[in-house]
Structure formats: structure tokens, C-alpha cells
Write a protein that binds this ligand. Structure first.
Ligand SMILES: NC(=O)c1ccc[n+]([C@@H]2O[C@H](COP(=O)([O-])OP(=O)(O)OC[C@H]3O[C@@H](n4cnc5c(N)ncnc54)[C@H](O)[C@@H]3O)[C@@H](O)[C@H]2O)c1
Length: 439
């Protein structure tokens, strides 16, 4: 393919050299004359492992050249990769100035032409940027639409500086966020020599995944550093601890606990987080991340409470009282503050939980409940039909087989707020699925 790459920074230089290496004909575009000259001399403007050798071969073989002349580049190519910077504005928000100016330049260069052209945005941008800012700008500056040959997509970059050439050919996956299948197929041709699966997603999903990935990578590093600092202060060897921690691929290095749902609770996580915070505090170790976990959980609980109250339902059935399905443990269950707040707000609340039986409650569970929900026995039932009777809204903290069966058998429409990610319930025709609590 004949490709322009806009922005000869880290991402642009690596992409240009790797695409030329894969056999494409590439023109790099940058307003900085020094970078353009360096590339045309076969020198890399950025210092990056393996890049100088690759770039020289690409330039010597005639597969890669660079220019400041964007019009010439557009005239000679069928597709543009856009890798301009998206740094922070002074208030931390995303700076879209370079994205806007490059889009306007490309749009104007495409005006009046009938040649098809695809703009592939590799720059990192928040969900909504392409659809709300870039798409209208491209339509306005080019006077063209996908129907007459000009389309765009988001194709986030997953390379890491230092190993970016290897990462280019071995990404975790290739994501192409495109409205049209034809656009996806054309862009996918760029990556035929690249390993890993290729996914066609919506534009906003592709934009989002990049932010989830970067936030998670940063979180992992901060978590490793904070826990190491506090464990060291407590007298342990964090290096030994972390090696064992990493061997757990069931719960730690796995997909466990990574799907959005309801808040966490139970007899362990909140208490152990408090203990870590306390020992860090005593030892003078600053651990804002560990301290923030319970605050984050509380904020999520508030979202759930607000979502139920905002529904305006006066009669609500809550499915699941214990802190998670399959146990009767009520300690620090997020369903309890949820139930309390609904009752306080005057909601007529029934609660279904087949595990929690008043007569079997003893010890810490009983004490906890007496304090938190003294009138529970009047509301609690192990019969899903009884709990659902007359409910204007069903709130799913757990969904066991009996509750599902009962819901499916109801004539409907049953309004259902999903707290725990039971997305399959959305497929049932008698269920009016309200989504997860932030929707
Ligand atoms: N650096 C990384 O490792 C990495 C990894 C993944 C994604 N990203 C994302 O990729 C994007 C680019 O990052 P980078 O580190 O390569 O940026 P960079 O700042 O190194 O390079 C940006 C280049 O764009 C050029 N430019 C600005 N306006 C232009 C225009 N109108 N036409 C042509 N070129 C123009 C600049 O002169 C500069 O050379 C950012 O959105 C970044 O968040 C970066």
C-alpha cells in the first residue's frame, strides 16, 4: 500500500520504518525540517532500539522518504497514519490541537479530489474525540464523506519506547475502531505481517481500550511500589513476597476481579486494606493508592444507591444480601448500606437471599446485622416470587438459578438494574434492562 505517516516522533518513525520493512511504500510528513532532512539522509530523529538500522535500510531501498509537504504526500498515497502528539493541557485535559490541525490539512488536501483516502488515527485520544471533534472537522475541511471516498478510523498504538520495533510486530492485538466494514478491511491489510489477533470495534471502544491499558499499567507499577514500601516497613522482604504473588495466576495475574460489577465487601478485603493503611501510616509511608481503594469502593456503592433512587421506584426487590453469591457472610456486604439507604429514603424494600436465614445467624454476622438492619426479618425471604411481588424495580446484586427462573417466568416488562454484570439478563424479552449502575 502507499501510506503517509503524519508526525515523525517516536510512534510515527517506528511505524513508518516498520511499514516500509513490511513492503509498503511510505512517506513521512512532519513540519520540522530537521527531522525530515534526517530521515531523508537515513538517520533516525529519535533514539530507539533497532530503529536506526531499520530506517536506514528503508530509506536506502526507496521504501521510505520524508517531506514537509503534506499535499504532495496525500496526492501520492491512499491512506494516512496519524501519529501527532496529544499531550496534556495545563489543566490535565487532552490537547487535541495537533489532531485538529493535521485533520484540517489533510481534509483541505483531499478537497475536490475523487481519490479515496482513509485517515488512520494512531494517536491516543479519549473516547468521543474522533466522533465528536475530528469527524465533523474532516467533513467540513474536505467536503467529503465516507460515501464519496474519505473515511477515518481509530487504530491505537500499543508499542513501548525501548522495545517499540519488536512491539510493532508483536502487539497484544490490533484494534481497528471503524464505522464501516470496508474501512476496517482496508486498514487490516496494513497489518498482515503483524502477529496477534485483529479486532474490528466501534471507534469509542478502540479509543477506550488504550486508556484502560495505560491506566492499568500505571496502576500495576504504583501498586507494586506502594505494597513493597509498606511491607518493607513492616519487616518483610517485598522481593520474595512479590515473586510468590506473581506465581498466582488464578486470582492475581489473571482475569479475576477485572470485570465491572458491584462494590466489594466481606470479612477480608476491607479489613486488610485498613490494616495496611494503618501500618503504613504508623511507619510514615505515604500510600495514596492503598488508602484510595476503600474510598473508590465507597464511591461505587454511592453510584449504585443513586441509580436506584434516581429510578423513582417506590417498591424495590433486592436480590442478594450477603457480600457475594454462594455464602451467607454479611460482614461489610455492600448490599447492606444499599438496603439501609433505600429504606431511609422511604422505599418499600423486599430482599431475596436463599443463603441468609435469620434463624441461622450467629456470632459476628448476627451482631453486625442487629446493628445495621434491625428490621431485616420482615423484609428477607428465600422465595424469589415473594420478593418480586409488586416490585417496580429489581436490583440484582446476585442472580441465582431460582431468581433467574422466576424472573424469566414473569409476564413483564420487569425493570431490572444490574449491579453485578449479569448482562445475559438483558437478552430476555420480558426484562427491561436498565444496565449497570453507572449507565
Ligand atoms: N511514545 C510512545 O511510546 C507512544 C505509545 C503509544 C501511543 N502513543 C501516542 O502516539 C501519539 C504520538 O506520540 P509520540 O510520542 O510519537 O509524539 P511526539 O511528540 O514524539 O511526535 C509528534 C510529532 O508530530 C509532529 N507534528 C505535529 N503536528 C503535525 C502535523 N500537522 N503534521 C505532521 N506532523 C506533525 C511533531 O513535529 C512531532 O514530530 C500520542 O498521541 C501518544 O500519546 C505514544
Amino acid at each position: 500500500m502507499k501510506i503517509s505517516v503524519f508526525g515523525m516522533g517516536y510512534v510515527g518513525c517506528v511505524s513508518a520504518a516498520c511499514l516500509a520493512d513490511a513492503g509498503h511504500q511510505v512517506i513521512g510528513v512532519d513540519p520540522v525540517a530537521k527531522k525530515v532532512d534526517q530521515i531523508n539522509r537515513g538517520e533516525s530523529p529519535v533514539s530507539e532500539t533497532k530503529l536506526p538500522e531499520m530506517l536506514r535500510i528503508a530509506v536506502d531501498s526507496g521504501k521510505l522518504k520524508a517531506t514537509q509537504d503534506h499535499k504532495r504526500a496525500i496526492a501520492e498515497t491512499e491512506l494516512s497514519l496519524i501519529a501527532v502528539g496529544t499531550p496534556s493541557e495545563p489543566d490535565g485535559s487532552l490537547m487535541v490541537r495537533y489532531l485538529e490541525s493535521v485533520t484540517r490539512q489533510i481534509g483541505e488536501a483531499l478537497q475536490g479530489s475523487t481519490k479515496p483516502h482513509i485517515l488512520v488515527y494512531r494517536s491516543t485520544m479519549l473516547p468521543g474525540t474522533l466522533n465528536n471533534i475530528i469527524k465533523p472537522l474532516l467533513a467540513e475541511s474536505s467536503g467529503r464523506t465516507p460515501e464519496n471516498g474519505v473515511d477515518l478510523c481509530n487504530n491505537p498504538e500499543f508499542l513501548r519506547e525501548g522495545s517499540s520495533v519488536d512491539d510493532f510486530f508483536n502487539p497484544p492485538f490490533t484494534l481497528i475502531g471503524a464505522d464501516r466494514t470496508e474501512t476496517f478491511q482496508q486498514v487490516a491489510r496494513l497489518y498482515l505481517g503483524v502477529n496477534g489477533p485483529t479486532h474490528h470495534t466501534s471507534i469509542a471502544t478502540a479509543e477506550s481500550v488504550k486508556y484502560m491499558c495505560n491506566a492499568f499499567h500505571a496502576l500495576k507499577i504504583a501498586f507494586a511500589n506502594e505494597t513493597a514500601a509498606v511491607l518493607h516497613k513492616a519487616g518483610a522482604d517485598p522481593r520474595q513476597a512479590v515473586e510468590l504473588f506473581l506465581q498466582d495466576d488464578k486470582l492475581n495475574i489473571s482475569t479475576a476481579y477485572l470485570r465491572p460489577g458491584f462494590a466489594f465487601g466481606g470479612s477480608c478485603l476491607p479489613k486488610d486494606l485498613r490494616a495496611l493503611s494503618a501500618v503504613a501510616d504508623k511507619g510514615g509511608v505515604d500510600v495514596p493508592l492503598i488508602n484510595g481503594i476503600l474510598a473508590s469502593n465507597q464511591a461505587h456503592m454511592e453510584r449504585a444507591i443513586e441509580a436506584v433512587l434516581a429510578s423513582g421506584a417506590k417498591r424495590v426487590a433486592l436480590s442478594g444480601l450477603s457480600f457475594k453469591p454462594g455464602t451467607d457472610d454479611l460482614r461489610e456486604s455492600p448490599s447492606i448500606p444499599l438496603a439501609n439507604r433505600l429504606v431511609e429514603a422511604g422505599v418499600e424494600l423486599s430482599i431475596y437471599d436463599p443463603r441468609v436465614r435469620m434463624e441461622q445467624l450467629v456470632g459476628a454476622n448476627l451482631a453486625f446485622l442487629k446493628k445495621k438492619m434491625p428490621d431485616l426479618s420482615e423484609r428477607l425471604t428465600d422465595d424469589p416470587a415473594k420478593a418480586l411481588l409488586g416490585a417496580e424495580l429489581v436490583v440484582m446484586a446476585h442472580a441465582d438459578a431460582a431468581m433467574r427462573q422466576q424472573l424469566f417466568a414473569m409476564p413483564g416488562p420487569v425493570k431490572l438494574l444490574d449491579l453485578a454484570g449479569y448482562a445475559d439478563l438483558a437478552q430476555k424479552s420480558n426484562i427491561e434492562y436498565q444496565g449497570l449502575c453507572w449507565e
